[in-house]
Design a protein around this ligand. Sequence first.
Ligand code: URA
Length: 240
Amino acid sequence: MQIERILHSQGFGSRKDCRALIRAGRLSVNGEICDDPAAGFDPGSTDGTPGLEFSLDGELWQFRARAYLMLHKPAGYECSAKPVFHPSVFSLLPAQLLARGVQCVGRLDQDTTGLLLFSDDGQFIHRWSSGRKNIPKVYEATLKHPADERLIAQLLAGVVLHDDPVPVVAQACALPAPQCLHLTLCGGKYHQVKRMIAAASNRVEALHRSRIGGLELDPALPPGQWRWLEAADLARLEGC
Ligand code: URA
């Protein structure tokens, strides 16, 4: 594939922009400057795995036919490309990823922290979006009032939210400390955790998502940082 097309597919601008930056000598492939936009290379990947290595202005990149990533969402960011009150989670990603059209997989409230996935693969986004009923997600909620086994029993038995008479149940619940609740939910109604806990006469003071499917938020990823999902991460996601 022509290197100009490779760069374009990775979000480095229009074909014309990519041609210009290659001609300007800003690109190296396999350690050597490549200033011919028509030079052909094997991209080396047809999915989310890393392929051809290149560097642009000294920054190293690897070709990926599809983008799959995790972000450690900090509090105070909206999961929208057109945020209203807070900055967008998209402002935490590099321009190249935005240019290739990555979208977030489901949403977290602006004040919720934790694991948020992004991709430019429409089928993947559809499959893992939060409204889907068969995907467990683990949340860690800080409670306003100390709780005991009665809260766990209530959430496991199901609570009724105001927009649906059918009770919503937690798949699993644990209380490692009186004000720290770990909750596993399948499905993703609007403000589901906060509303379930309110329906059980308590209140969420802080909320963190630690897992989707079998994939944990990488403990080495600081708030506000993202990283690629590798094949092992995608396998873990499935393994729930
Ligand atoms: N449930 C909530 O209440 N908020 C979130 O951000 C996610 C789940």
